[in-house]
Design a protein around this ligand. Structure first.
Ligand code: NDP
Length: 367
């Protein structure tokens, strides 16, 4: 395959800048004009909830269809992104730093009220973000940024698949499995956009370097590492290994999606039957039916299984793709700990009762 491990040339940097700016601008224009259901999200205490346009799915489909039609017609050559990978990575970093600086500047008055003044406060505000819900032309920038992030991830993955096809004339079984898993995962995100607008990141987190860099650099460039390792892996794994991989992915998916959906339905207050029975609660505030009665963060566990399945498609030749599930374990274990501190403060004795009922955080009988 064309080796992406090289220092980008000036010409590559220029092309990458055009591509990246054009891609983000295109998604932004689509976010403004593509119709979608309007839905009210969550809000922190004392603030009014924001209304979002949930048009991520049609935008994702438009981009996929454009690639699916443009590639055979020779108008698009996804494999070119593999050669441009280092240039895109450099430009994405530059854009992330520039966008974080602009966001800080935009919200500097709010930042001063929240973080105070002085160098330390400025750095904190730039890192964690000044404004909680910045928007541009009516588009919420936090929700928007998941789009270039995840659609960019899918396009980079497909670029590695195209590189395999160009190089070896075939798509291997592990590559097909990986692409199918990732596509389902991202499709699930866009289908569940109505639930995402109640998540901690969208509701409570401020929008600064941490989230911007995560969306525009970490997710597309780090999360696509397994695809890179799959390009030259042509051997078909034994049937039992393929079956095991699919089982692990589906198990994770059911846990991840099932738990998130159960909590969302409970919070929304409609159709609160879980696994065929009326939902049980503690004080009408905490759900103890379904996955939430078994563990306190099984949605995180499910997502870790999904990422493990991504990495396992590459086999055991290198540890590098396993950095992905390892990173997610650290991120989500920390998130679970942080979330439980928040819940303890918010729910007090009711939370302690819940912890006694659902004794394990992420892995029943272990943790
Ligand atoms: P959770 O779905 O775990 O939500 C936690 C919140 O849910 C709590 O703060 C509390 O909020 C409420 N809650 C907790 N327990 C109960 C209960 N038993 N009954 C009712 N409400 C309860 O996490 P997030 O919203 O943070 O994340 C959503 C998804 O996003 C997760 O599946 C996560 O895996 C995924 N994610 C993925 C990342 C990635 O990089 N791949 C990064 C971050 C998240 P309240 O105060 O409203 O009651």
């Amino acid at each position: 395959m064309p080796d992406p491990r090289h220092w980008p040339t000036g010409a590559e940097l220029a092309v990458a800048t055009g591509l990246l700016v054009g891609f983000v601008a295109l998604l932004f224009v689509l976010s403004c004009i593509v119709p979608g259901r309007r839905a009210q999200g969550g809000a922190v205490a004392g603030e009014a909830p924001r209304t979002y346009t949930l048009n991520g799915m049609p935008i994702f489909v438009i981009v996929l269809l454009t690639a699916a039609i443009g590639q055979p017609l020779g108008l698009i050559r996804l494999a070119a992104l593999v050669v441009l990978f280092p240039a895109l990575l450099v430009v994405a970093n530059a854009l992330a730093f520039a966008a974080s600086a602009a966001l800080y500047f935009r919200g500097r008055h709010e930042a001063r009220a929240v973080f105070g003044s002085g160098l330390r406060a400025t750095l904190q505000a730039a890192f964690f973000g000044a404004e909680r819900q910045p928007s541009l032309l009516g588009v919420d920038l936090k929700l928007f940024s998941y789009r270039p992030s995840l659609i960019g991830l899918v396009l980079l993955n497909l670029a590695f698949a195209d590189a395999q096809l160009q190089e070896h004339g075939t798509l291997s079984v592990p590559m097909v499995l990986y692409q199918a898993f990732m596509l389902l995962y991202v499709l699930n995100y866009f289908q569940f956009e109505y639930g995402m607008i109640f998540t901690w990141d969208i509701v409570a987190e401020r929008f600064g370097w941490m989230l911007v860099w995560g969306d525009y650099v970490l997710v597309p460039f780090f999360y696509s590492i397994p695809a890179w390792f799959l390009v030259d892996r042509l051997a078909t794994p034994p049937t039992w290994a393929v079956a095991g991989l699919i089982a692990l992915f589906l198990f994770g998916f059911v846990l991840f999606r099932g738990a998130n959906e159960q909590k969302h339905r409970f919070k929304a207050g409609h159709d609160v039957r879980i696994w065929g029975r009326p939902a049980e609660t503690l004080g009408g505030r905490l759900l103890i039916s379904g996955f939430w009665g078994i563990g306190r963060h099984l949605n995180y566990t499910g997502e870790i299984c999904i990422y493990l399945a991504f990495a396992l498609t590459t086999g055991l030749q290198s540890w590098v793709p396993y950095l992905l599930p390892a990173w997610l374990i650290v991120l989500l274990a920390h998130r679970a700990w942080r979330d439980e501190r928040h819940c303890q403060q918010k729910y007090g004795a009711l939370w302690e009762q819940y912890v006694r009922r659902a004794r394990f955080r992420m892995v029943p009988f272990v943790y």
